[in-house]
Design a protein around this ligand. Structure first.
Ligand code: SIN
Ligand code: CO
Length: 397
């Protein structure tokens, strides 16, 4: 279905990380052990200019931090964004790092780069954080609870990899940074531009910039804790259950101070009845596509059916998933599917499924290829809804 021009599109997921095939990477390293891949990713150019990154850190809707390595680790300063011009103009005689979270939500090239990691399901992708550091700077020895690819964009960085950590790992007394008290160095690498380091959850790591203008891209993944899973599922179910339905007496135990086994059994039966494939899929689809920044205004200029027909007739350009939009689908029993987008569930009848599958799996469609996907009016109507909500947009490339 894709035309040949779509074949080399930047949104196509990677098949290799350097010389390692993604299949080998997933079976040997993913969620198992760290791996350093020199020339892991080929860049034609920087994903973002340094002044654009600094500009993002000034914006109130962008999450950013500046960490100054002044003096002892416990005295390191953290300035939380939005930053102000003066934070950048200040002369510093000690190393510092600027970290900007969720850059893929704001910069199309960074969103495209994130899409290359869709060799894991796209609902698992969290965001791309970009750091800019001066020589000698770092955020200290720490661990993250999610998988991460650390990719060197510019300059050089030394990475040290340490022990597996847990909730019991001792942390330093710092009120803003979660830094490890003990760091046992097991491996050490120096990454040049294009070099990639994969680190599984809970593995200690520490990076230090070996040059000025050291830019590192961190591709982070979503990994909800089981605690969050239970809390969020219960929350979703609770909104669907009528407040009129209450616990019923199951007969009484002989002692008034006792909670009877019959009461416990009845509670379990009620709770277990909530765990159906439909309920779990409906909740998880919404939960896993929740926006990282729900306050971001996504709205596109509304388009009507005639304007859509004109774009299709022109056959020029592409239809893209908007930056920061998360979407995923599950199949329904009737041959239709439910599209989950930004935490909302949209039931789609069978006539709409080819279009939804194509956009959710490819993230970009050549306009000249979408005609057969929109054979039914219901599919065009769905495209208009998604476009007018700001979830999809038309672009030149
Ligand atoms: C950095 O880019 O400096 C820190 C990234 C990380 O360790 O997770
Ligand atoms: Co980290």
């Amino acid at each position: 279905m894709s035309s040949s021009s779509n074949h080399d599109h930047p949104l196509i997921p990677l098949s290799h990380l350097g010389d390692l095939s993604v299949t080998e990477f997933l079976s040997d390293y993913w969620q198992k052990k760290p791996v350093c891949i020199r020339n892991g990713v080929a860049f034609q150019e920087a994903l973002i200019a340094v002044d654009e990154l600094a500009g993002l850190a000034l914006e109130p809707e962008v999450e950013s931090r500046l960490i100054e390595n002044k003096g002892d680790v416990k005295d390191w300063q953290v300035i939380h964004g939005p930053l102000v011009e003066a934070d950048f103009n200040k002369e510093r005689d000690f190393p510092w790092t600027l970290l900007v979270q969720g850059v893929d939500c704001f910069v199309p090239q960074v969103h495209d780069f994130l899409s290359k990691f869709r060799f894991v399901p796209s609902w698992r992708l969290d965001d791309i954080m970009i750091s800019y550091a001066t020589q000698g700077a770092g955020v200290g020895a720490h661990f993250d609870r999610y998988d991460v690819f650390l990719i060197q964009g510019e300059g050089q960085r030394q990475w040290q990899i340490g022990q597996a950590c847990s909730v019991n790992s001792a942390l330093m007394a710092h009120n803003q940074l979660c830094l490890l008290q003990n760091f046992d160095v097991h491996q050490e690498f120096i990454l040049n531009p294009g070099g990639l380091l994969y680190i599984p959850p809970l593995i200690a790591h520490k990076g230090v910039a070996m040059s000025d203008a050291c830019v590192t891209y961190s591709v982070g993944f979503r990994s909800p804790s089981y605690g969050d899973v239970l809390a969020s599922f219960a929350d979703e179910r609770s909104t669907d259950i009528s407040a009129d339905l209450r616990l019923k007496d199951q007969g009484f135990a002989s002692k008034s101070g006792e909670i009877s086994a019959m009461d416990i059994a009845a509670l379990m039966q009620f709770m277990q009845a909530q765990i159906t494939p439909e309920n779990v899929a409906q909740w998880f689809g919404k939960h896993s596509t929740e926006a990282k920044y729900p306050a971001l205004n996504m709205s596109e200029e509304a388009m009507d059916q005639a304007e859509l027909e004109a774009i299709i007739k022109d056959g020029y350009g592409v239809l893209r998933v908007s930056e920061g939009v998360r979407l995923a689908y599950t199949w329904q029993g009737d041959g239709g599917l439910t599209l989950f987008v930004q935490g909302e569930a949209l039931p789609c009848p069978p006539d709409v499924t080819v279009f939804i599958e194509a956009i959710a799996n490819q993230w970009v469609l050549e306009v000249e290829d979408i005609v057969p996907l929109l054979a039914h009016d219901a599919a065009k109507a769905m495209l208009l809804i998604l476009h007018n909500q700001g979830y999809l947009y038309f672009a030149d490339e």
